[in-house]
Design a protein around this ligand. Structure first.
Ligand code: NAP
Length: 491
């Protein structure tokens, strides 16, 4: 079996299009694409040409002879996919979508708000048409959104996706307006008056709340805040209040069973020296070096079989040499995930720090007066208080409304239909569809939005802007002297 897809797979399908023998699935358009935990190479048809590995932006494709010991389980995982999904009816070559030609030949200008993965993939899609120019806006002066501030620093390969975004920046017609706040430095109406269309790719950057007593006490924090802190997000430069006191206690509790919860538990229990040569923020590294946490309890409200973390991420955790894994309770039905979890729990202790998986447990109340001292939980009708100095609720991200645009408070998304808010206003990424999927999932999402935008452009639904490109830049520069375009960013 020559090539194997491994943990960092971003599922953007670059490899699928590059493969000359169509041996990587699920491919775009096939059942499971967009929801599968990763893509898989068919060991029987791979011809070992290496085209996939050249195309992959996150170094996820590895020749089987170069797999590390920790990556070996991915060989079986790739092969197993084809036992259940033989794809016997597939065409001999991957289908490359036909290139769309625009009816419009005159130049058009598009503003994209948000320089994270969905905004960058959208820019890429639009810039395939030479007559389109794109300005990507972001409130931060550093681009790439969650690819920079959301991916765990020890996931080095996944962070490599920024190379793709740097290549998009080099396409003619691309520019930035970084450091611009929509609603403060410029309104939506002003943007709309200077571009043929405005696309919102503002993501979902706040943490969902649990709404239990004690939430908000020093030492209680959301997963997204914690992730922003260890990644050096400018909004969370200092350790959030109470974090250091939390780190001084022996136990932290992470509520939620998603991949973000797994990232946080791993970061809190990994030997900080293994993080020293990563992109982790220096202050976070220093705090972790001083941390006395030796146990992280991961609380799932459902059973192991329903845990939201993915098998590739669990395999990744299984490969960390110095973390002991304990399962407090039963793993439940036999699935690849629960089997691996049981296997990890059966190993002899590996290091002084441990992660304890505790399933079917709900959180009732955070205890403490001026700081967190524990979390009251319920399992099987029995109440119990877990002593802890740090409680992190990692129960998902939530989008925020853009002033003046429709927003669904229940789902936390911009109100839209397949990415169209109204002709001239569009959306892509987490603010369009909610906080789910992997970085590459945003590529397909952006393609869907771009199609609708181009349909409206070709259909004559997008009027010519009232002001010029220079006008909007001057207007913003008058209000904010710290805006960076691409040249300034590079300088
Ligand atoms: P997620 O995958 O949606 O997981 C949220 C977790 O919170 C679930 O375990 C959920 O339980 C739990 N939860 C929700 N409401 C709760 C409540 N009121 N009380 C207790 N638990 C509650 O979200 P995420 O971890 O923030 O990840 C977001 C997306 O980014 C996911 O698609 C994820 O796969 C992706 N991601 C990927 C990677 C990677 O590939 N390396 C890394 C990080 C994130 P239920 O299942 O019971 O609802």
């Amino acid at each position: 079996m020559p090539y194997v897809v491994t943990q960092s797979c971003c599922a953007d399908a670059s490899c699928v299009v590059a493969c000359p023998v169509n041996c990587i699935h699920p491919a775009p358009g096939e059942p499971g694409f967009g929801t599968a935990e990763m893509l898989f190479v068919d060991p029987k048809t791979c011809v070992d040409c290496g085209a996939c590995t050249t195309a992959c932006p996150v170094d996820a494709l590895v020749p089987h002879t170069r797999l590390t010991e920790a990556q070996l389980p991915f060989m079986q995982l790739n092969a197993d996919y084809y036992k259940d999904n033989p794809h016997s009816d597939r065409t001999p070559l991957a289908l490359i979508p036909p290139k769309r030609l625009l009816r419009r030949t005159k130049a058009a200008r598009i503003a994209i708000v948000g320089a994270g993965p969905s905004g960058m993939y959208l820019a890429d899609e639009l810039l395939k048409h030479g007559q389109l120019d794109v300005d990507v806006y972001d409130r931060l002066t550093t681009p790439y959104g969650l690819a920079r501030y959301g991916v765990a620093p020890d996931h080095r390969a996944t962070r490599g996706v920024t190379k793709v975004f740097q290549a998009i920046e080099r396409v003619e017609g691309f520019d930035y307006q970084l450091g611009v706040r929509i609603g403060e430095d410029v309104t939506h109406e002003e943007l709309a008056a200077h571009y043929h269309a405005v696309v919102y790719c503002t993501g979902a950057s706040t943490g969902r709340k649990l709404d239990i007593p004690g939430e908000g006490l020093p030492g209680s924090i959301t997963g997204p805040q914690f992730v922003a802190w260890y990644n050096g997000h400018p909004d969370v430069i200092e350790p959030p209040a109470g974090l250091l006191s939390g780190l001084a206690s022996g136990r932290a509790v992470v509520i939620g069973n998603g991949n973000v919860a797994l990232d946080i538990a791993r970061l809190l229990t990994t030997d900080p020296e293994h993080l020293a040569d990563t992109d982790i923020s220096l202050s976070a590294l220093e705090a972790l070096r001083n941390s006395a946490i030796d146990e992280v309890v991961l609380l799932g409200r459902r059973g192991a079989v329903n845990a939201a973390f993915t098998l590739p991420e669990l395999i990744g955790l299984a490969g960390v040499e110095d973390i002991t894994v304990v399962v407090d309770g039963e793993c439940g039905d036999d699935t690849p995930k629960t089997k691996l979890l049981a296997e990890m729990a059966a190993r002899p202790p590996r290091g002084k720090r441990r992660i304890v998986f505790r399933f079917e447990t709900t959180s009732a109340q955070i205890h403490g007066e001026d700081k967190v001292t524990g979390l009251e939980v319920t399992r099987g009708g029995v109440n119990e208080t877990l002593d802890a100095g740090l409680v992190i609720s990692s129960i998902g991200y939530r989008g925020s409304a853009v002033p003046g645009l429709p927003f669904d408070e229940v789902t936390g998304r911009m109100t839209n239909e397949d990415g169209r808010v109204a002709p001239g206003i569009y959306t892509a990424g987490w603010i369009k569809r909610g906080p789910s999927g992997f970085i590459g999932t945003n590529k397909g999402c952006a393609e869907q939005t771009a199609k609708l935008l181009l349909d409206d452009l070709d259909g004559g639904l997008l009027p010519e802007p009232k002001g010029s490109h220079k006008d909007i830049r001057k207007l913003i520069a008058r209000r904010n002297g710290n805006v960076l375009d691409l040249a300034a960013l590079r300088a």
